[in-house]
Every structure is written in C-alpha cells, then in structure tokens.
Design a protein around this ligand. Structure first.
Ligand SMILES: [Zn+2]
Length: 233
C-alpha cells in the first residue's frame, strides 16, 4: 500500500513538472498575447481572446529609431538602477539603441515618478502605474510612463512592466512574465526576453500584420525553446 501511495505521488509530481516546461503552443500563445494586444484583453485581467476578430488590424509595434529617455519627478532610491538594468536587458536581445537625456524636450521616452497613490486612466480605472505609447504604422514614436509612489509596494515591478509596454509589448497571461498581472516580477522573464528578441528580429518590421508575423514567430520560437527542452530531459 505504501508503495502505491508513494508512486502515485511521484507521478503527480512528474505531471506537475511537465506542465512547467511549456511547449510550442503555449509559447506561441504567449507571443500572440504579448505582441498583439487584442480588443478583448485590452483590459489587463480579462483573459485571452481566441477569435481572430479580436485581433483585427493588429500588427508588430517596435522602435525603429533611437530611444531618448528622460527620467523625472521624485525618483526613489534604486529606481535609476532598475531603469538602467531593464533597458540594458532589452538592448542585449534586441539591439535597440537608447540614451538618457537631461532635457525633457529631447526625449521620446519619458518616465516620471509622482507622489500619488493612484492614477485614473480610461476614465474609470485606478492604477498604480501606466504607459501611454504612441506609434505610427507599427513604429513606436513615443512613450509616457507614470509611476505612483504613495502606497506603491511594487515600484520595481512597475518600472519593468511599464518599460516593456513602452517597448511595444502588451500583456501576457499564460507564462511567467513582467507583464503578467498574476505575477509581480521585478525583472524580465526568459519569455519576455524571447518575445523582445522576436519582435525586434530583422525578419520582422514595425507594422507587420499578425497574420504574417505569427506563423513566423512560431517557427522562430521552436529554435529558442528546443535547446531548453532537451536539457530538461
Ligand atoms: Zn500593464
């Protein structure tokens, strides 16, 4: 009897273990959500849209010009280091060019800290931090990030989460990610780095439609996740 119970438990652990190694379908779904925010999951906790109609007109968004960053407001201790680290992590996998500027007027990426507990966005939503990106034909033109400090226990998470939005990413729902609302990661996950790497790959361009880009992303993801899967076995 003891053996049966023990082996049953072992099987359960193995099954759980298998579920933590995502396959190509889960990786593709992750990329779909993060690269092409649907009309349905524009609400960050609404879940995953499944109908193509929810993605009408969606395309790759990315920076194709250098990013000039201005950081203003009541910057808390450690914030600049977190901003530096996040842009460096992103540049390592994308090749984006970025620099910090002293003059707000010369910036196309502004990050401000305010001594507020909540912002009101979309008329009714209360949030601790937000990003307002603008793009033209899939090419990012500017990003405005605001981060509230009062009662904000998640400033480091906000910094990484909002910078990823400013780089063209939406929300993730099914895998570990700094833009997954069910988690409060303070650094990009390997899946975030994979998504950035793909979005900024030379085979893609800003404005490329989801219909064209998603099948390519699926093929490219196979080469990214396969070495990891082998080493797990
Ligand atoms: Zn968000």
């Amino acid at each position: 009897m003891f053996t049966r119970i023990a082996s049953f438990f072992l099987c359960w652990i193995l099954v759980a273990g298998c579920q933590t190694t995502p396959g190509i379908d889960e990786a593709t779904l992750f990329f779909n959500d993060i690269a092409f925010p649907s009309t349905w999951n524009a609400d960050p906790v609404a879940g995953i849209a499944t109908a193509d109609a929810n993605y009408a007109g969606k395309s790759i968004r990315r920076w194709e010009q250098p990013i000039a960053i201005f950081v203003g407001g009541e910057k808390p201790e450690g914030a600049q280091a977190k901003i530096d680290q996040t842009f460096q992590d992103a540049a390592d996998v994308t090749g984006i060019r970025y620099a910090f500027v002293e003059d707000r007027e010369k910036a196309n990426f502004q990050i401000d800290f305010d001594n507020l507990d909540k912002y009101v966005v979309n008329t009714v939503q209360h949030v601790r931090c937000y990003t307002r990106p603008t793009s033209s034909n899939g090419r990012m033109e500017s990003a405005i990030v605001r981060i509230g400090l009062k009662d904000n226990y998640a400033v480091e998470h906000c910094i990484v989460h909002e910078i990823l939005h400013g780089l063209g990413l939406g929300h993730a729902h099914n895998l570990p990610s700094a833009v997954n609302y069910r988690m409060a990661l303070e650094r990009m996950s390997k899946w975030d780095r994979a998504a950035l790497q793909l979005i900024y790959d030379s085979r893609f361009r800003g404005g490329m439609t989801r219909k064209d880009a998603l099948p390519m992303a699926r093929q490219m993801l196979k080469t990214i996740i396969e070495p990891k899967q082998r080493s797990d076995r």
